[in-house]
Design a protein. Structure first.
Ligand code: KIV
Ligand code: ZN
Length: 387
């Protein structure tokens, strides 16, 4: 299988003939914009300390993230100080601001070189949240972009709630502003992969500007929708570690980057082997432990218990693993429980230098099956010693 990457990541994926069919392939580098420190911190109940934010920013940078959204400086004095501290050591950061001069001034004070300006453009948000007309929103955007640019900032503009906004209105806005990137947020996660693909294709009919997508996970579609955006030729994706973020969260960086390699001909600057340890760090700092069966970073993502599966994995891991966990710096786990077979017991014991006859293995397995639950290595050894 061919992957457009010189680092040999393709060898870690075990895809099928149809995995990469069904769309017009695009081959290019996808820029990874991480918003763990901003949208991720908006997860209800999450608040990172300054030290944690600094550590996360350094780890993201080390892993090859192209743009790190360091925070929202207008939120508080502490937030501004933290963003400033991160900016002292990194120059690939971005800061969020609403379309008003006070917020923009805070970003300037934070020394970020990139500003992420946003304002809602959907009718429902303009009427009930902003209480502004479309013309007022339009003027606010053009004024804010000009102000930010006149202070030397690179601008990413997001029409908030883009996927419920009027397309003609967005075309008018995008045609009127001079920005580096337009980011399209699916703010309440109401797209599906087909509609997202169509949406981005539709936008590309009227602009050549760099396009980014920002997908929320309200229907569990965030990663799939982000990938659909890429398949429709988006240039950048906004993601978070472990998929943390408002409500059901954002598209997860580790899932999106893996999907880029698994399903598309595109590639990224991400060093995949760093992702598992970053996931663990963010999990500890945020207190949000990825659900056990979450792809890539969940505890069970590379665990196998059922006898038939374990036998296959022992013979050749490609039988039951779509991705080799080593690419993320993670390890596969053979779990012993009521679904286990002889091969798993034999494999674990022999890895510990313990060799048993077939009859002995059968007895050990019988005892464990009677337990009717998953057992750890310590318990297994206790059973072996009692045998
Ligand atoms: O989901 C959203 O609309 C956002 C914007 C601030 C980009 O996070
Ligand atoms: Zn968001």
């Amino acid at each position: 299988m061919y992957f457009y990457d010189s680092r040999g990541y393709g060898d870690f994926f075990n895809m099928g003939e149809y995995s990469r069919k069904g769309y017009e392939p695009v081959r290019k580098k996808i820029s990874i914009f991480d918003t763990t420190l901003r949208d991720g911190e908006q997860t209800p109940g999450v608040s990172f300390s300054m030290k944690e934010k600094y550590e996360i920013a350094m780890k993201l940078n080390d892993a090859g993230v192209n743009i790190i959204e360091a925070g929202f400086p207008a939120v508080s004095h502490d937030e501004l100080t933290t963003v400033k501290r991160i900016n002292y050591d990194l120059n690939n950061t971005c800061s969020l601001a609403r379309c008003n001069r006070n917020d923009i001034d805070k970003v300037i004070e934070s020394n970020s070189s990139i500003i992420h300006l946003f304002i809602a453009t959907s009718d429902i948000h303009m009427q009930y949240k902003l209480k502004m007309s479309g013309d007022q929103v339009f003027d606010r955007i053009t004024d804010s972009v000009e102000y930010a640019r006149s202070h030397g900032l690179r601008v990413i503009f997001s029409p908030e709630d883009a996927t419920r906004s009027n397309m003609d209105f967005m075309e008018k806005i995008i045609g009127a502003i001079d920005v580096d990137t337009v980011n399209f947020p699916d703010t309440i996660g109401i797209m599906n992969p087909m509609s997202m693909y169509y949406f981005i294709k539709r936008i590309k009919e009227f602009t050549n500007k760099k396009i980014s997508v920002h997908c929320h996970n309200d229907f569990g579609m965030a990663t799939a929708n982000t990938l659909a955006g890429i398949m429709a030729d988006a240039d950048e994706v906004q993601v978070t570690i472990n998929g943390i973020g408002e409500r059901a969260g954002n598209a997860s960086l580790e899932e999106v980057v893996s999907s880029i390699y698994g399903f598309s001909d595109s590639y990224t600057d991400i060093k995949m082997e760093k992702l598992y340890s970053i996931s663990r760090y963010v999990s500890e700092a945020s207190g949000i432990i990825p659900q056990k069966n979450k792809a890539i970073t969940g505890e069970n993502a590379f665990s196998h218990e059922a006898g038939i599966h374990v036998q296959g994995i022992i013979n050749n891991p490609k039988t039951y693993e779509a991705i080799n966990p080593e690419i993320f710096g993670a390890k596969r786990r053979i779990v012993i429980g009521k679904h286990s077979g002889r091969a798993a017991i034999k494999y674990i014991l022999e890895n510990k230098g313990i060799y048993k006859t077939e009859d002995e293995i059968n007895n050990i397995l019988k005892i464990i099956k009677n337990e009717n639950k998953t057992v750890d290595d310590e318990y297994l050894l206790q059973v072996v010693n009692n045998e």
